[in-house]
Design a binder for this molecule. Structure first.
Ligand code: NAD
Ligand code: ZN
Length: 398
């Protein structure tokens, strides 16, 4: 089959590799019909996660048609249409039973790496290095889905892939980001980052009763989408000090709830902290550039909440803990507990409350994946979200 393989920093190639096969009775093999590139893939692309090896298959936002199921998969059959979440969960461990799906205790096949770095290993993720279990990803023509009986979301309507695909990650992630922000009716929510996660955080904040949304980025078309589709007041971070602007916009109180939808690869213009981050990352004394988290702590009103869907990988310095503590802030974060949200959000899509396809700017064959990574990373050609099609033409279903 064709798949997008990681070969090193900023080196993705479309190559032919063996088709996956059923390995466990709870597996399914899914023929992928649509698969997206995520901001999280850029952390791998940019070499931020040092546990990738050449030949690893990328991708964790796929959907498709079930091709084959293992003997223990009783709720799916060949021909079923499914969305696959980026997290792999067993459904039966203590964490899954508590609904802490992204903390599943059994699916990270290399837990010793994460245990050493983090104290405990989070769940296995598709296409996201040995740190999260070394599972081949979904930017491929076929995907082996472990625990398919637990994690697959069956799609029984006739909505096109483009409307349901983002249930695999970025819509639930934006939703959980807004939920974690503890928004009370009428409150002001500031969202850093107007990529797909930021855009779905904005949409979700409104659905949860926000009174005002402020969106921060520097990419014109992303700010425009936040403004026009997201009805947000926008701050172009390249035009000046974000803190001053938020102070002005909130009469000096600060934003009630802040969402960091940027994560470890924040950009910043000439600020002292960002220059120090750049040097320290270069000298291997820091892995992450937590500029946005620092800024959110300063911009959040006293007693407010910071929600952090943005991915951090390792160590970040100079977090203003004094401000965080003395202002009485709350911080909530995590890889998304996908299985809590996929089905309820599917119902909202079916009910016409939201059409997630607004985010798509590029639909391309998988062979163009390597260039698509570059276009997405460089934010060229107005790129906000890429959907890849692994098959030239839809194959007839048997
Ligand atoms: P993206 O790369 O498309 O978007 C990030 C945006 O942040 C860009 O538009 C960029 O211009 C902007 N940005 C950079 N520096 C900024 C700053 N200082 N202030 C404001 N904006 C700034 O990525 P995405 O797909 O939207 O994902 C966003 C983050 O969410 C990534 O870190 C990704 O890994 C993470 N993520 C987390 C989960 C989860 O389960 N928690 C799931 C998916 C993605
Ligand atoms: Zn993703």
């Amino acid at each position: 089959m064709k798949a997008l393989l990681w070969h090193g920093k900023q080196d993705i190639r479309c190559e032919t590799v063996p088709d996956p096969v059923i390995e466990e009775p709870t597996d399914a093999i899914v023929r992928i019909t649509s698969t997206a590139i995520c901001g999280s893939d850029l952390h791998l692309y940019d070499g931020y996660v040092p546990f990738m090896k050449p030949g690893d298959i990328m991708g964790h936002e796929p959907m498709g048609i079930v091709e084959e199921v293992g003997s223990a998969v009783t709720n799916l059959k060949r021909g079923d249409r499914v969305v696959i979440p980026f997290t792999i969960c067993c459904g039966s461990c203590w964490f899954c039973q508590k609904g802490l799906w992204s903390c599943c205790d059994t699916t990270n096949r290399k837990p010793e790496i994460a245990q050493k770095l983090m104290g405990h290993a989070p769940a296995g993720l598709f296409g996201y290095s040995a740190l999260t279990g070394e599972y081949p990803g979904g930017q491929a023509q076929f995907l082996r889905v472990p625990h398919a009986n637990v994690i697959c979301l069956k799609i029984e309507n006739s909505l096109p892939d483009e409307q349901v695909l983002f249930l695999s990650d970025v819509f639930p992630t934006g939703w959980m980001a807004a939920e974690n922000a503890d928004i009370e009716p009428g409150e002001t929510v500031a969202v850093w980052g107007c990529g797909p996660v930021g855009q779905f955080s904005i949409q979700s904040a409104w659905m949860m009763g926000a009174g005002r949304v402020i969106a921060i980025d520097r990419v014109p078309e992303r700010l425009r989408m936040a403004q026009e589709h997201g009805r947000a007041d926008v701050i172009d971070m390249s035009e000046g000090h974000v803190y001053d602007r938020i102070q002005e916009m909130t009469n000096g109180r600060g934003a009630d709830r802040c969402i960091d939808a940027v994560g470890a690869e924040a950009h910043a213009f000439g600020s002292v902290d960002s220059m120090m981050d750049a040097v320290k990352v270069m000298l291997l004394q820091e892995t992450d550039r937590p500029h946005v988290l620092r800024e959110a702590i300063m911009c959040c009103r006293k007693g407010g909440t910071i929600s952090m869907p943005g991915v951090y990988v390792g160590l970040g310095d100079k977090i203003p803990l004094g401000a965080f503590m003395n202002k009485g802030l709350t911080l909530k974060t995590g890889q998304t507990h996908m299985l809590r949200y996929m089905e309820p959000l599917l119902r909202r899509i079916e009910g016409g409350e939201i059409d997630p396809s607004f985010i798509i700017t590029h639909v391309l064959p998988i062979d163009e994946g390597p260039n698509a990574y570059k276009t997405f990373r460089e934010k060229q050609d107005g790129c906000i979200k890429v959907v890849l099609k692994p098959w030239d033409e839809p194959r007839a279903q048997a």
